[in-house]
Design a binder for this molecule. Structure first.
Ligand code: 2BA
Length: 111
């Protein structure tokens, strides 16, 4: 048995949930926050038999889109006179589709 942790964009979370459920997979959604953009995303926790891992990854891949998202950085300027100024710079980063981890499960109990 494997545990699949999949981080997907919040905008794709509803369709990924629908499709996983439709295909018969039990999944749990956890609200999460990306460390870089510090914006919300969704982590799916899905436990499956080994032979079903590829089906889950396939569903997540098909319904998680890549997209550009703004990334805001604070830029500090140090002048010769010692006065520090700061301005923000907005760039864009490519996010997703999904970031997927597959872990071995030592033991599973559903009591
Ligand atoms: P964030 O950490 O908010 O990252 C959003 C996007 O920013 C990333 O997209 C990547 O394109 C960019 N990025 C992340 N760290 C960066 C850095 N140090 N310098 C420059 N650009 C950076 P994705 O790679 O598609 O990741 C989407 C989300 O998946 C991440 O949101 C994070 O929540 C999660 N994630 C990605 N890789 C991970 C990993 N190795 N471990 C745990 N979570 C991960």
């Amino acid at each position: 048995m494997k545990l699949i942790l999949a981080i997907v964009n919040n905008d794709d979370a509803p369709i990924v949930t629908t499709q996983l459920t439709k295909a018969g997979f039990n999944t749990t959604k956890v609200a999460s926050t990306g460390g870089f953009l510090m914006s919300g995303n969704t982590t799916f926790i899905t436990g499956v038999d080994d032979d079903k891992v590829d089906s889950v990854i396939d569903i997540i891949s098909r319904f998680s889109k890549k997209r550009m998202q703004p990334s805001v950085a604070g830029i500090q300027h140090h002048t010769m006179s010692g006065i520090n100024t700061q301005h923000t710079q907005v760039t864009e980063v490519l996010v997703g589709g999904g970031t997927i981890f597959v872990l071995n499960i030592e033991r599973f109990e559903h009591v």
